[in-house]
Write a new protein. Structure first.
Length: 601
């Protein structure tokens, strides 16, 4: 009975695991609201829209497609005068033509574990193969004809110094009609830009302008393709709450909102770009896309209009997050920077109440020991201690069941023709001996939420990316790079390249360790008498070895260590209950050749 329950629990965990990996729906809020008069009027007002390539769209209108004759990124950067960005964590440049932030690289992150590999590039200019940029400016009120800065406007820098966290830069432009535009760009020590725009009216007539900001991304973004992670357009739009739209979903039509507070942008697995409007002012937000001439995606917002009287100056500001989704940084922008629900930029999922504490526990011990792999080992021990009373009760019940195995066999033989009576007598035996027949399920079931939360943490958090353990494990978020099928690198052959089944052939050292520890844990109990259960009992460790081979190494290390601790715990409890631990005997029994059935010879 205890073996059967254990097998059922393991099978259940496999079913849930596959369901989680392939069918877990992202939390989405489907209710959408259409923005009203001002946004609609501005959408129709094409004449005064800020330029974004040849199509010159405006916030709220479909974005323009990239140019067919795209230059290389380096050529596009050299084609226009620029101001250098050189902060503690970012470097890049600002295009003086157009005034866009369109060149950003992350100093702390590389494309691979090789420290000499290229840095992660986030933004790219419009004329490059895959443009990705942020733009701030003004649009005219309906019927307005004020000459405004656009994509062809060349701003003048007040100084040629680089933008650093200690030195903001200021750009100016005179429209020749009495309006002087002034833009000051600052950056902090992490990933947040602050853009302050002012307009001074030296003319004789008042001007009404709508401040806007947008993030535009062209081309086909690379996505991981997993349902447990959102990649695409995202935002917390005031009281509307979290809005998530995949790149495919947004092609069905634009989404518009009216709100106060929040943020909106575009997110990848580890990186994001997000606009942060003034948190105390209403705005009209929109997610949009186009496929005309090439795919392009845009998030933007429009603030309420500003009227600049003759001789007056008006100001507006906004913020831009462009960088890695580091948990501490994102949390700080919410708690100290006042960005509403910015923590939702990281997709913790429906079970965030488990996943977030799991990350904070791992991060706490990482700061003490300096290794996330060791942190996983420590947290596994703590989880074992947390569930010790439950697991202890379970193992005690399982040990008692082993002691009454002879009596159970006698009852099954005595009532073999009366299954109802047999079950009744067995339940009476369990009750008399204080045995829980479901005890075998508990040790496996209690670790399912821990397993899933660790899987999620390893999969989504930038902190786990390229985090080493010891030896050959240089990235806990990636599978074990070794594989049995090329003799752990001795043969010049990549089993992962095999079509369809390649990812199941990456049986590295840690998956093998996991399989061995699972085999030993299951062999603490004799094989079940039922032939069907014997097959499952025999092949389950091998099945899990192949299944987990393509999972993050950190997860396989956790499972191996958890199995080892379970073996120790169960062995001690069995001995205390007077049950013989015949591990070697059970292993020999597994591989012993069964005598042939005389009836078949």
């Amino acid at each position: 009975m205890d073996n059967r329950n254990t097998i059922l629990a393991v099978v259940l965990s496999v079913v849930i695991l596959f369901g989680w990996q392939y069918f877990f729906a992202r939390p989405q809020i489907e209710a959408q609201r259409q923005s009203q008069a001002t946004q609609q009027a501005l959408t129709e007002n094409k004449a005064g829209a800020p330029a974004s390539g040849a199509a010159a769209p405006q916030p709220g209108a479909p974005v323009g497609a990239p140019s067919d004759a795209a230059k290389s990124r380096d050529d596009a950067l050299k084609a226009t005068p620029r101001l250098v960005i050189d902060s503690e964590r970012l470097h890049g440049s600002i295009a003086l033509v157009g005034g866009r932030i369109d060149d950003v690289s992350l100093k702390d992150y590389r494309e691979t574990v090789d420290p000499k590999s290229p840095e992660i590039v986030l933004f790219a200019p419009l004329d490059s193969p895959q443009p990705y940029y942020a733009e701030f400016g003004f649009v005219n009120a309906p019927g307005g004809a004020v000459k405004l800065p656009d994509a062809t406007t060349e701003w003048k820098a007040e100084s040629q110094g680089a933008l650093t966290s200690a030195s903001p830069v200021t750009l100016t432009w005179d429209n020749g009609q009495g309006l002087t535009f002034r833009r000051t760009i600052a950056i902090d020590g992490d990933y947040m830009f602050t853009i302050k725009d002012s307009v001074a009216n030296g003319g004789a007539a008042a001007a009404t302008l709508f401040p806007y900001a947008l993030i535009s991304r062209h081309g086909e973004p690379h996505v991981s393709g997993y349902y447990i992670l959102h990649e695409g357009l995202i935002g917390v739009i005031g009281d509307e709450g979290l809005e998530e739209l995949t790149y495919k979903k947004i092609t069905e039509g634009p989404r518009t909102f009216k709100a106060t507070g929040g943020w909106l942008g575009i997110t990848d697995k580890y990186w994001a770009a997000a606009l942060v409007p003034p948190q105390d002012k209403p705005y009209a937000a929109r997610f949009a896309s186009t496929t005309d001439g090439g795919k392009a995606y845009q998030t933007d917002y429009l603030l309420d209009p500003l009227t600049v009287a003759p001789g007056a100056t008006v100001e507006t500001s906004g913020r831009l997050f462009a960088g890695a989704k580091q948990v501490a940084v994102v949390d700080r922008y919410e708690t100290q920077g006042g960005v509403k629900k910015f923590e939702l930029l990281i997709d913790w999922g429906w079970f965030h109440f488990i996943t977030r504490p799991m990350f904070y526990a791992l991060d706490f011990f990482y700061k003490l020991v300096g290794n996330f792999g060791v942190s996983i080992l420590i947290v596994t021990v703590l989880v074992k201690l947390l569930f010790f009373p439950l697991a202890n009760k379970s193992y005690v019940s399982m040990s008692k069941m082993k002691l009454v195995q002879p009596e159970m066999a006698r009852l099954r033989e005595r009532y073999k023709d009366d299954k109802a009576k047999q079950q009744q007598e067995l339940m009476e035996l369990y009750k008399r001996e204080k045995i829980n027949p479901l005890a075998g399920c508990l040790p496996v079931v209690v670790q399912i939420p821990v397993f899933f939360s660790l899987y999620k943490v390893l999969f989504i958090t930038i902190e786990m990316r390229h985090a080493p353990f010891f030896g050959w494990i240089h990235d806990l978020a990636a599978p074990d790079p070794t594989t049995l099928f090329n003799l752990f690198g001795l043969l010049p052959y990549d089993p992962g390249a095999v079509p369809v089944i390649g990812h199941f052939l990456l049986i590295g050292v840690w998956p093998l360790i996991m399989g061995v520890t699972m085999f030993l844990q299951m062999r603490l109990n004799p094989a079940p008498a039922d032939p069907a259960q014997q097959v499952v009992f025999t092949w389950m460790p091998l099945f899990f070895t192949f299944l987990l081979a393509s999972f993050p190494a950190g997860l396989v290390i956790y499972w191996s260590w958890n199995n080892t601790l379970s073996i120790i715990q169960q062995s001690i409890i069995m001995k205390r209950q007077g049950v013989k631990v015949d591990l070697l005997g059970n292993i020999r029994e597994t591989f012993r050749r069964k005598p042939s059935d005389p009836a078949k010879t």
